[in-house]
Design a protein around this ligand. Structure first.
Ligand code: APR
Length: 238
């Protein structure tokens, strides 16, 4: 039982994707029915090219996402992960999500591989602002007049070094590595479950749909909602 693994593991690391936040009301990217990339071409709205050549659509896309993450918040699954961290059952979370919901739920050791929508920064002078401005449609830096952009990793950009290095260390240290709600289709983020596995961790994947790494997992749970799975495990924990 995975709850037994959670009870006995001395170093459990959680890896989350957009499927962790769909039960909060945020759409994911690649789900067959509701994924954002089913409706929009990411290269047109979430890439460095879009920022440079399609700025109106880029700004509007991210303004709507910033508004959404401020309207919605963590669900019971995020809160359980935070409780488990406080009880010493979870050491850290590596997340691809930019909604900040793990931190809002109280998790402290969170590596945000793809940045955050909580802040924006000026594309010219680098000054950082709260994304509140963006939600109100303010796209220009008050200091130099340059374009403001969200503090997220755009397609075509490198991942921020610090969270990447933390994630590498955490994956290599993990005895139990649990993936929650990711299609594991984007590199280099999708390498961390393999790094954990290569370093001796038990690998669990909880995802409604199949993933390309299922064959490497010790346990796979499909067709179930993450929130329900975490509540079920929580009932079985000591
Ligand atoms: N419970 C379990 N699984 C779920 C749930 C849920 N409630 N909701 C969605 N899922 C699953 C979907 O089946 C899907 O396979 O979560 C997965 C989410 O996959 P993606 O939409 O591809 O999201 P993610 O893996 O986080 O994408 C990685 O791609 O576009 C970039 O930067 C973006 O960080 C993102 C990266």
């Amino acid at each position: 039982m995975i709850s037994d693994w959670l009870n006995s593991s001395r170093y459990t690391v959680i890896f989350t994707g957009a499927g962790m936040s769909t039960e909060s009301g945020l759409p994911d990217f690649r789900s067959a029915n509701q994924g954002m990339w089913q409706q929009k071409d990411p290269s047109r709205v979430a890439s460095i090219e879009a920022l440079n050549n399609n700025v109106e659509e880029f700004m509007d896309f991210y303004r709507k996402r910033v508004i959404r993450v401020k309207e919605y918040g963590p669900h019971k699954g995020h809160r359980l992960l935070s409780e488990w961290e406080k009880r010493g059952l979870v050491k850290s979370i590596i997340t691809q999500n930019v909604d900040g919901f793990h931190q809002k739920a109280g998790s402290e050791h969170v590596a945000e591989l793809h940045g955050t929508l909580q802040t924006v920064f000026c594309n010219s002078c680098g000054k950082v602002f709260n994304s509140e401005e963006y939600a109100n449609g303010i796209y220009q830096c008050t200091t130099c007049g340059g374009y403001l952009r969200p503090s997220v990793v755009l397609f075509g950009e490198m991942l921020p070094e610090e969270p990447f290095n933390i994630a590498f260390e955490e994956a290599a240290r993990a005895e139990l590595f649990i993936v929650l709600g990711s299609s594991l289709s984007v590199t280099p983020a999708n390498q961390f479950p393999l790094i954990a596995k290569e370093n001796g961790a038990q690998l669990v994947i909880v995802n409604q749909e199949e993933t390309p790494l299922d064959r490497f997992a010790d346990q796979v749970i499909h067709d179930r909602k993450i929130g329900d799975v975490l509540v079920e495990w929580d009932r079985l924990l000591k």
